[in-house]
Design a protein around this ligand. Structure first.
Ligand code: MN
Length: 340
C-alpha cells in the first residue's frame, strides 16, 4: 500500500509499505481523507518527544472499515467511520478517574503507532466511530480537530453569557470559535496577527476581531469589555511569552485554557493568578468528545467544510507541507485524499 512515512527528523517519503493486519479487537480502515496538522510538522522537524521512527503519521482521518480482527462484529465491514486517535491503557490513575487522554501509557494513533496518511491503517475497533448517513468523509476528517476545541472548552467550564477570547485564528482557533458558538456563547473575540485569518473568523461568527500586530491587544480587549476583562480565554496561538498578557486580560474568576506544546518556560505572575483567583487548565487531545462533535456536525451546528482549503492526493503531500510551512495565510485545513 502507499503511505507517507517519516523515517527520521526531516526525512520523509511516500512509498510502498506492507498493508497492516488486524489484531484481535482491531479493524482495518481504508482511509478516505486525512488532515495535515501543525503537530505533523513538529514530528517531521523532530520536535515531538513522543514519536518513534519510522512512523506513518496522520491522526485526523476518516474512511471505511474493510476488515475486522477476532472479537469484532463482522457486520462492521463497510461501516463509514472517523478515528479517535487516543488509545489508552485503562489501568493507570488518569484512566481510572476518567481522564484517558492523559493516560500514563497513551498510544496516539499517528504518533506512537501508525496513522492515517496511508491507504490502510489498523486501529482499535472502539476508536472507530460510526458516521451518521449524510455526514461526508471529508467533513469527518475534521472531527478530531473539533474534539480539541470541545475538550478545551469543557475544561474551561463556560457559563451562559460568558465572553470568550480565542488567541490564534489558525484551524484550532477557528474550531474553538465554531464550537463555542455551537455551545451558545455569543460574544467570541478572536485575535491573530494575520488579517486573512481574522476575516475568516468574522465569517464564522466572531463578534469582534483584533489584529495583535497593528493593535495593542490588551488595550483592545479592555476596551471591548468595558474594562472588565475576559472570563474565558483559549490560547490556540501557544506563544509562551504571551502568558503574562493573557493573565492581565483575564477578569477575576476567569478560566484560561492552554493548548501549547512548547517546552519554553513562560513568566507567570503569582499575584495575578491569586488575586483574581484564576483557573489555568491544560488541555490535551480529547476525552471521549467524538460522539458530541459528530452530533454537532450532523445537525449543522458546526461547519467543517468552511475550514477545508485544499484537497490533495497523497503524492502531492510534500507540496502541501511546503504550503503550510511557508504560506500559512493561504491555507486552512489541507486534506489528503487517499482512497477513491
Ligand atoms: Mn491535529
Amino acid at each position: 500500500m502507499q503511505a507517507f512515512e517519516v523515517s527520521a527528523p526531516h526525512a520523509f517519503a511516500i512509498g510502498d509499505r506492507p498493508a497492516p493486519n488486524a489484531a484481535p479487537g482491531e479493524v482495518i480502515v481504508d482511509v478516505a481523507f486525512a488532515g495535515i496538522c501543525g503537530s505533523d510538522m513538529h514530528i517531521i522537524h523532530g520536535d515531538n518527544a513522543f514519536v518513534q521512527f519510522p512512523r506513518i503519521t496522520g491522526h485526523e482521518f476518516a474512511g471505511v472499515i474493510r476488515a475486522v480482527g477476532d472479537g469484532v462484529d463482522p457486520a462492521r465491514v463497510g461501516e463509514r467511520v472517523c478515528i479517535d486517535p487516543v488509545v489508552n491503557c485503562g489501568r493507570c490513575y488518569p484512566c481510572r478517574i476518567g481522564r484517558p487522554n492523559v493516560c500514563s501509557a497513551m498510544q496516539v494513533i499517528g504518533v506512537h503507532r501508525n496513522g492515517g496518511f496511508a491507504e490502510q491503517v489498523n486501529v482499535p475497533a472502539a476508536n472507530a466511530h460510526r458516521l451518521p448517513d449524510g455526514l461526508d468523509l471529508d467533513a469527518a476528517a475534521l472531527v478530531e480537530p473539533y474534539s480539541i476545541a470541545a475538550n478545551v472548552l469543557s475544561r474551561m467550564d463556560p457559563r451562559p453569557g460568558d465572553r470568550l477570547l480565542v488567541i490564534g485564528a489558525g484551524v484550532i482557533g477557528l474550531t474553538v470559535l465554531q464550537m463555542a458558538r455551537a455551545l451558545g456563547l455569543e460574544q467570541v473575540i478572536v485575535t491573530d496577527i494575520l488579517d486573512e485569518r481574522l476575516a475568516t473568523a468574522r465569517e464564522l461568527g466572531a463578534s469582534h476581531t483584533i489584529n495583535g500586530r497593528s493593535e495593542d491587544l490588551e488595550q483592545a480587549v479592555l476596551a471591548a469589555t468595558e474594562g472588565e476583562g475576559i472570563p474565558l480565554i483559549a490560547d490556540a496561538a501557544c506563544v509562551p511569552a504571551m502568558l503574562p498578557t493573557i493573565l492581565r486580560m483575564a477578569c477575576p474568576a476567569a478560566r484560561i485554557g492552554l493548548l501549547g506544546f512548547s517546552p519554553t518556560p513562560s513568566d507567570l505572575v503569582q499575584l495575578e493568578v491569586i488575586k483574581k483567583e484564576l483557573t489555568l487548565v491544560g488541555s490535551r487531545l480529547n476525552n471521549r468528545k467524538f460522539p458530541e462533535v459528530i452530533e454537532h456536525i450532523a445537525t449543522g451546528r458546526l461547519d467543517p467544510k468552511a475550514l477545508i482549503s485544499h484537497r490533495v492526493p497523497l503524492t502531492e503531500m510534500p507540496g502541501a507541507i511546503d504550503l503550510l510551512e511557508n504560506h500559512p495565510e493561504q491555507a486552512r485545513k489541507v486534506l489528503v485524499k487517499i482512497s477513491p
